[in-house]
Design a protein around this ligand. Structure first.
Ligand code: AR6
Length: 185
């Protein structure tokens, strides 16, 4: 576990299963349909129960009939999860490539999730490693982008007490742990 404090917000890096995090909101690396899927999305819906999907369906009907655009974020109940809320966002589908468009979209996914948490008055948020699984973004670039978005948010909007990045494997944790001293000055 690594902890850094900037501008009164604590950033925590840890290895774990995000569905077990006891925070105000966990972030879901969803797809635009908001109808669930594999990876962390599948785990969140499986553990959180049907209330999450019901709210996602309502969001699709009322707000986003065409699906949630990449980089945007919406919020639902956490259902049976320890977290009170789930913030659903969609990262870019990189398929092993990287460019400025992917970078901007991934940055937006983190930043807009944090902004939504702030607007809801939440104090603690946990992120998975968005787009680093099925969507196959290069991990080093994706981690740099995550840290940049989080740092920018904390420096501009000083409202959250704690932001966690919950990595599913030790190698993924190591990528963030190596970068954090460079990105987090
Ligand atoms: N806790 C924390 N991290 C996890 C967990 C978990 N329980 N399970 C997986 N990860 P992915 P993406 C990690 O594929 O790349 C879904 O089907 C995983 O090791 O979940 O954004 C959606 O419906 C990886 O590091 O998300 C979309 O269709 C990271 O979470 C698509 O996948 C993200 O991997 C989204 O792809």
């Amino acid at each position: 576990m690594v902890e850094k404090v900037v501008n009164n917000t604590k950033l925590v890096l840890k290895v774990g299963d995000i569905t077990e995090e006891n925070v105000d909101a966990i972030v879901n690396a969803a797809n635009s349909t908001l109808m669930g899927g594999g990876g962390v999305d599948g785990a969140i819906h499986a553990k959180g129960g049907s209330k999450i999907l019901e709210e996602c369906k309502k969001i699709r009907q009322t707000q986003y009939p065409e699906g949630l655009p990449t980089g945007e974020a919406v919020i639902t109940t956490g259902g049976n999860l320890p977290a009170k809320y789930v913030i659903h966002t969609v990262g870019p589908i990189c398929n092993g490539e990287w460019n400025q468009t992917f970078e901007k979209l991934l940055y937006n996914a983190y930043y807009n999730s944090l902004k939504l948490a702030k607007d809801k008055g939440l104090k603690s948020v946990a992120f998975p490693f968005i787009s680093a699984g099925a969507y196959r973004c290069p991990k080093e670039k994706a981690a740099q982008t995550a840290l940049k978005a989080i740092k920018d948010f904390i420096q501009k909007e000083n409202s959250l007490q704690e932001i966690r990045i919950v990595l599913f494997s030790q190698p993924d944790f190591d990528i963030f742990a190596r970068l954090i001293d460079k990105e987090w000055v």
